[in-house]
Design a protein around this ligand. Sequence first.
Ligand code: CA
Length: 225
Amino acid sequence: MKILIIEDEKVLANSVRLMLESRGFEAEAVYDGESGEQYAMLNIYDLIILDIMLPKQNGYQVAKHIRAAHNAVPILMLTAKSDIEDKVAGLNAGADYYLTKPFDARELLACVNALLRRQGSQVNELSFGNTRLDLESASLICEENSVRLSAREFEVMRILMVSGTNHVSKETLLTKVWGFDSNAVENHVEAYVSFLRKKLTSIGSDVRIEAVRRLGYHLECDETC
Ligand code: CA
């Protein structure tokens, strides 16, 4: 998850950046409206935290331009103003939510998570071959058969489905599913892949998790996927 912070108070911008990084997000900060807009247009961010009073171009203008470019990235607006008119103007300019300064880290994090969840809920299933992964119920579905996945099986399957025929290394799976700090080793990944293969077979799926030495795993299916 990559977050762009557009905020001219450098101390605040950097403390928000560090806080987000400590929670596992990737975050970048820029300090004026014009650079903010240029970065936002790269279309690589999952969320934008946008101040209103900014040099060169204010937050309302930045939000309007982002929306005018049909970019639907969630925008969390930061405002020192608590006037209702300012909040309405922010929402009208295309912000999804606003937070009044000063805010505390937990409040900001709760907003970030809520906006990202809302974004994620637009996609509620992934599919490959004749098989779907329901992201709400964590189930694999093939025609009328379905099977529930454990939390880790689900995470591994989700990453494989997103990558499809592209390789995902064991190392990537370890980091994304078990985290940097865990004691998990590559054997854990292999074990979970083997659970998933059994579950795929049990529902009559044509999806295969193929292993390629040194490259990792990718998906294949009988039909042209
Ligand atoms: Ca400012």
